[in-house]
Design a binder for this molecule. Structure first.
Ligand code: URA
Length: 240
């Protein structure tokens, strides 16, 4: 059971005052009965506003299309962080980023208040697939896909086998890189190791989640219920 004003504020991304106003207007029911008091405790699964279910979810999952120039870190006095890109009402749920992207990297960053799932997704045992598009400073050598597939050796040890394919050739080729681990600056270090440094980097896939190749105009959205169950039911996550 949860307090109705708190529940509505979190689920609908509104303030507690706005939630209390909905209750006063008689717009809220729980278990088919009108809620009269903003402090009333209700069963979240039965709550409707103006007759429509609020589709209660015990956890919040956000997919942020991270812009460049933003830190994946807690609040920072000088630099903008991913928390500055998210509606403050949603932040009250205590969402945290699942992994990190470099300041200049754009693209898919999952945030959630489901700490247990985040922990499993980040576990080195889990090997969640991460897909990147990298614009390179020069053409990579022809044996790059084979070297990535074998497992490049970096200064902190061998990498797991990774995918590499060219999407566009030219002076600054575009390639798609698929990793199953998340080491510090890994894509940049792997590309530098084959002699083709990264000019810009965008993450477009994380497990079953994906973003368009180009930055999305709607920068932050909630995951759909299909995306949430795909994430929770990832074979590798279930095994941990
Ligand atoms: N690899 C990198 O080098 N940077 C990122 O932000 C993500 C993966």
């Amino acid at each position: 059971m949860e307090r109705i004003d708190k529940l509505l504020a979190l689920q609908l991304s509104i303030s507690r005052k706005e939630a209390a106003a909905l209750v006063r207007q008689g717009a809220v029911t729980a278990g088919g009965r009108q809620v009269k008091n903003a402090a009333e405790k209700v069963d979240p699964a039965t709550v409707c506003v103006r007759g429509a279910s609020i589709h209660y979810t015990p956890f919040l999952y956000l997919l942020l299309d991270k812009p460049a120039g933003v830190l994946t870190a807690a609040r920072d006095k000088r630099a903008k962080t991913v928390f500055d890109c998210i509606d403050p009402h949603l932040l009250r749920r205590g969402v945290q980023p699942v992994g990190r992207l470099d300041k200049d990297t754009t693209g898919l960053l999952l945030l959630t208040d489901n700490g247990a799932l985040a922990h499993r997704l980040l576990s080195p045992k889990c090997h969640v697939e991460k897909r990147y598009l990298a614009r390179l400073a020069s053409m990579p050598p022809a044996d790059t896909p084979a070297r990535f597939a074998k497992g490049l050796v970096l200064d902190d040890g061998p990498c797991l086998p990774a995918g590499f394919s060219l999407r566009e050739t030219g002076e600054h080729p575009l390639c798609e890189i698929t990793l199953h681990e998340g080491r510090f600056h890994q894509v940049k270090r792997m590309c530098a190791a084959v002699g083709a440094p990264v000019l810009s980097l965008r993450r477009v896939g994380f497990g079953p989640l994906s973003l368009p190749d180009l930055p999305s105009p709607a920068a932050c959205r909630r995951l759909s219920s299909e995306e949430i169950s795909a994430l929770e039911n990832l074979e590798s996550v279930r095994k941990i």
